[in-house]
Design a protein around this ligand. Structure first.
Ligand SMILES: Cc1cc2nc3c(=O)[nH]c(=O)nc-3n(C[C@H](O)[C@H](O)[C@H](O)COP(=O)(O)OP(=O)(O)OC[C@H]3O[C@@H](n4cnc5c(N)ncnc54)[C@H](O)[C@@H]3O)c2cc1C
Length: 457
């Protein structure tokens, strides 16, 4: 029995594991990436295939049970675990089917970014995800996907050719530009609002050896503004993820620099030869590097190794800004210096390139004209400390606010409706609400950055 509901009818139809608090692996199975999400679902169901996904959905609908959907468990808002209710865990669904000739891959949504990246790299091909290998392809794709190849090949969804999705009525639908085009539009940025995606078909791109890696420079207003200018004028073949933060106590950084503000940047240029080397030179020239690990490498090596036991407690804000010039860079330095949190960061990602070539209304990700994405984040140690750090990230974001009022859905925390509207401005919101009403009129899929269905007249 869960919450007074018998799961016997469900368990008899599921070959995948059903894990409850009676099982030894329950605590591990309910753990998500971010700490501070200590929720106890009544059952975690590891569906084996789309048919079982449909059965779980039907059961949740019939019994009015709250349903969380989990792919890689990295939700910034902790949406993939619930108190009571069922976690539909897709991690057992890991089939991958590469068509080398057509340069496409069908990948089930229990796979992580690094798993797909390694498998396709064996053929010199790839699809861009984010900066962390253990992120699930389910969540990152449905929200957009901003990563190391964003300026060259756009968002993850810009490589999405088709998907299979089980909607609230239990139907498994094939969606692409011709089949359910409304749903295909909505799942490219609309998150988990419209059903459970079981498989994605991606276009693969020829990326083999890259020039890339970590570059650490001292952070000053000049080096930060210079770094952004270099990233903006770099060819689209180069993307950079720039973290401004106190230097962590890493063995390869000089001990006297630990705790001082640094630019901790990861650069990727898709050419592994001279062209790539030339493109990274302007970044190296900004200051004497504290660490320079940029080198030719196979693309998957850009992903740092993941540690399963790492579950930080953090708060953050995400936004877009139009420019980071010297005064803005000075504000960034001042704010980072004003806090004593063990980890605090302003992460800056220059956009443009292929991301900006897609019309804003072509997908539910509407921020094609946005110039720079900024994520400010702070670790916290206790509920009291969380209050302090929340105020800090919120004040920090407020002073950085410029004319772009949008937000990227995949980096939103549990911040509520106003922020969700920022992710889906104007006509995008209206269109998503209409599609939600058609495919999920009872809001079965509500543990997400929720788009409530429009009330029928
Ligand atoms: C350390 C870290 C680094 C990150 N770096 C990046 C980055 O570089 N670029 C970027 O774009 N994002 C990044 N993100 C954000 C990330 O894309 C989102 O948190 C994403 O939702 C995580 O996907 P997941 O499948 O791992 O998460 P989950 O927690 O499993 O899922 C998150 C939500 O997505 C929905 N969902 C997931 N899978 C499915 C599915 N198959 N069908 C329907 N709904 C589903 C559900 O609503 C679920 O609650 C990062 C997050 C973390 C924690």
């Amino acid at each position: 029995m869960i919450q007074g509901i018998s799961i016997a009818p469900l368990s008899s139809t599921i070959n995948g594991r059903i894990i409850t608090s009676d099982d030894a692996e329950y605590d591990k199975a309910r753990t998500v990436f971010y700490g501070g999400n200590d929720r106890r679902p009544a059952a975690i169901v590891r569906a084996a295939n789309a048919t079982e996904v449909a059965r779980v959905i039907a059961f949740a609908r019939a019994t009015n049970t709250i349903l969380a959907v989990r792919s890689g468990g990295h939700s910034n808002a902790g949406h993939s675990v619930c108190e009571g209710g069922i976690v539909l865990d897709l991690s057992a669904m890991r089939t991958l089917d590469i068509d080398v000739e057509q340069r496409t891959v069908w990948a089930e949504t229990g796979l992580t970014a690094i798993e797909v990246t390694k498998a396709t790299a064996a053929h010199g091909l790839t699809v861009g995800f984010g900066d962390t290998g253990s992120v699930g392809i389910g969540g990152i794709t449905l929200g957009g996907g901003v990563g190391y190849l964003v300026r060259k090949y756009g968002l993850t969804i810009d490589s999405l050719l088709a998907a299979e999705i089980v909607t609230a009525d239990g139907q498994c639908r094939f969606v692409d530009a011709k089949h359910h085009p409304d749903l295909f539009w909505a799942i490219r940025g609309g998150g988990g609002n419209f059903g459970v995606a079981t498989r994605f078909k991606f276009q693969l791109h020829p990326v083999d050896t890259i020039v890339g890696g970590l570059l650490v420079l001292p952070a000053t207003p000049d080096t930060i503004a210079g770094f952004i200018a270099a990233a903006e004028t770099a060819p689209d073949d180069l993307s950079a993820i720039i973290n401004v933060m106190p230097a962590p106590p890493l063995p390869f950084l000089p001990a006297e620099k630990h705790g001082q503000l640094v630019i901790f940047a990861i650069l990727v240029h898709v050419d592994g030869g001279e062209t790539g080397q030339r493109a990274v030179a302007p970044f190296r020239a900004l200051a004497t590097p504290l660490a320079d690990m940029i080198r030719p490498m196979r693309y998957p090596e850009i992903y740092p190794p993941d540690d399963d036991s790492y579950h930080p407690t953090a708060v953050g804000r995400t936004m877009f800004v139009d420019k980071i010039d010297r005064p803005v860079a000075e504000t960034i330095c001042d704010y980072l210096q004003s806090s004593n949190a063990s980890v605090r960061v302003a992460q800056l990602r220059v956009l443009g390139g292929a991301l900006a070539c897609v019309p804003a209304d072509a997908t539910a990700f509407a921020h094609r004209a946005s110039r720079i994405m900024v994520n400010v984040a702070s670790f916290y140690t206790s509920p009291e400390d969380r209050v302090v750090r929340e105020k800090w990230v919120s004040d920090f974001a407020a002073v950085l606010q410029q004319s772009d009022t949008g937000a990227y859905v995949n980096f939103l925390g549990p911040e509520g409706e106003t922020q969700i509207h920022k992710a889906y401005p104007g006509a995008t919101w209206d269109r998503l609400v209409e599609i939600k009403r058609r495919y999920d009129p009872t809001n079965l899929f509500q543990l997400n950055q929720n788009i409530p269905p429009m009330k029928a007249n």
